[in-house]
Design a protein around this ligand. Structure first.
Ligand code: ADP
Ligand code: LRH
Length: 485
């Protein structure tokens, strides 16, 4: 098999990408791209999963029209969200989006009944209000008890394509229900939620052959012959697999999209009390790895600024406008939960600036600049924390994902962190997804070879730190913003 297709769906957009190997280099061809986002209905937030499924079908049909007769196929999406199925395999309800506010206060309520220390010792997963554990706790009890199967979003998409039910491990680990020691669902956590092990499918590792695309679908929509391969179905797991090999210097990755995910890859979990206090996670990766990382609010802030401004400017234009605005004029504590899903992001940013006695950003450029400056400063803080926790210095920051396109953000990140930033590839998630397929198909030996191939197949841009004249004062302002004084 020489054609491999990655279905990569993030919170803001999805794409089908064809990957091939030509003369020892990886080549990508985008077959189809579509927007994604949740919508509100009667005060709750939902994904349109049927729309996403049909975009996959549309993309596969386009692949056939482009001459792809046979391929392997892997799927990745964002994490933590789930689909309930009844005994007939029908979806019980629409899929809640993780920013839905039904989980407000749930993490704190659960902490009174289940010690967070115990949960972290078992799972190693950071406390985020939308972890599946908390979403399931907030879910209607009867509906949950009646569910025959609980699949994660990519598991469900595989099921729709093939009829086979799995719970893929990289995504399943973000449920905060897997036990690091037994590498299976933790019975105590399941019984806390009054769930049965049988409500989940067998845990499945990336690389497993999941069989053929359903013949009915292939015939009905004129699709290529597809062999489904289990990808690292959590998009961040695939993004990190797709980080190019970095020789000689110690580095951290920053997967920059809707979220900024900053961390390092480890071959063992690090779930001690210091890691817990700093709220670092140990998400499961492919090939026995763990992603020791932190979720940072990320470009969601820019996405919301853009949306609420009526979509007048593209992301590239917003970055240009931000570059024309005064730097480090107003800063926000961008990882504060107030920015997770406020009623109106622009108003929330302005309110935060006003409350801390800073100039209130007015124009889209000023708002974008405020967000980008604040993100860059947060990267600096979390890099220092990461060095402290791992005991290893970090010389280089490797930025992948859509955010690697934002030259201003890359440069201020280099300036503020005092480290070289290596930006690209922007499609690292699709590449990580494809790498697993190519390894499974015997076209690449292992992930090390895949990462070497990625590093020589795509342009990677270097940003060297430029001295910032008043860095000390800036850092003092940043500190002050977080101390609340
Ligand atoms: P996700 O997978 O979470 O949906 P992506 O990795 O696709 O996110 O990244 C999307 C983000 O990348 C956008 O929100 C935007 O901020 C940024 N981005 C994409 N292209 C550009 C560009 N040309 N200039 C600046 N930013 C960009
Ligand atoms: C990024 C991501 C992240 C999760 C969040 C729900 O797309 O998968 O790793 O924490 O979405």
């Amino acid at each position: 098999m020489t054609n491999h297709i990655a279905v990569d769906i993030g919170a803001s957009s999805g794409r089908l990408v064809l990957g091939t190997i030509v003369d020892g280099s990886l080549k990508l061809e985008e077959l189809h791209r579509f927007s994604n986002g949740f919508t509100e209905q009667d005060g709750n937030c939902f994904w349109d999963i049927d729309y996403l499924f049909h975009e996959i079908i549309d993309g596969l049909h386009r692949a056939k029209l482009a001459g792809v007769k046979e391929c392997t196929l892997g799927i990745d999406t964002w994490a933590v969200d789930y689909v309930l199925l009844d005994a007939e395999g029908k979806r019980i309800r629409e899929v809640y989006a993780y920013r839905d506010r039904r989980t407000d206060g749930v993490m704190e309520e659960v902490a009174k009944q289940l010690s967070p220390e115990k949960v972290y010792a078992k799972t190693g997963i950071q406390q985020l209000p939308f972890n599946t554990l908390y979403q399931l706790y907030a879910h209607n009890r009867e509906e949950l008890a009646a569910a025959d199967q609980i699949l994660m979003v990519p598991d469900y998409l595989y099921y729709r394509l093939s009829g086979r039910k799995i719970n893929e491990v990289t995504n399943a680990s973000t449920m905060q229900l897997l036990n690091l020691a037994s590498r299976d669902f933790d019975p105590e956590l399941l019984s806390f939620l009054q769930l049965r092990r049988e409500q989940f499918a067998p845990l499945t590792e990336p690389g497993e052959d999941l069989g053929l695309l359903s013949a009915n679908l292939a015939e009905q929509y004129d699709l290529p012959d597809c062999r489904l391969i289990c990808a690292a179905t959590h998009d961040t797991a695939s993004a990190v697999l797709g980080v190019p090999a970095q020789k000689g210097r110690s580095s951290a990755y920053l997967s920059s999209g809707t979220w900024s995910l900053l961390g390092v890859e480890l071959d063992h979990p690090m779930n001690d009390s210091r890691a817990m206090a700093a709220n670092y996670t140990n998400e499961w990766g492919a090939y026995g790895t763990y992603r020791f990382l932190k979720n940072i609010m990320g470009l969601w802030l820019i996405q919301e600024v853009r949306r609420l401004d009526g979509g007048r400017y593209s992301f590239a234009e917003l970055a240009t406008l931000a570059g024309e605005s005064e730097g480090f004029r107003s800063l926000i504590p961008c990882n504060d939960p107030r920015f997770l899903n406020p009623d109106h992001m622009i108003e929330e940013i302005r309110r935060a600036c006003q409350e801390s006695g800073q100039p209130v950003p007015g124009t889209p450029g000023e708002l974008a600049r405020c967000v980008l400056d604040s993100l860059a400063l947060s990267y600096r803080s979390y890099l220092a924390e990461l060095e402290d926790l791992t005991g290893k210095s970090i010389e280089v920051l490797q930025i992948v994902g859509g955010g690697a396109n934002n030259e201003l953000l890359c440069q201020i990140t280099a300036d503020v962190t005092g480290r070289e930033v290596l930006a690209g590839p922007t499609e690292s998630t699709a590449l990580g997804n494809l790498a697993v397929q190519m390894i499974e198909a015997g076209r690449i030996a292992d992930i090390h070879e895949a990462r070497r191939m990625i590093s020589h197949s795509f342009p990677i841009k270097s940003y060297l730190p430029q001295p910032l004249p008043e860095l000390d004062q800036l850092l003092a302002r940043w500190e002050q913003l977080h101390s609340g004084t």
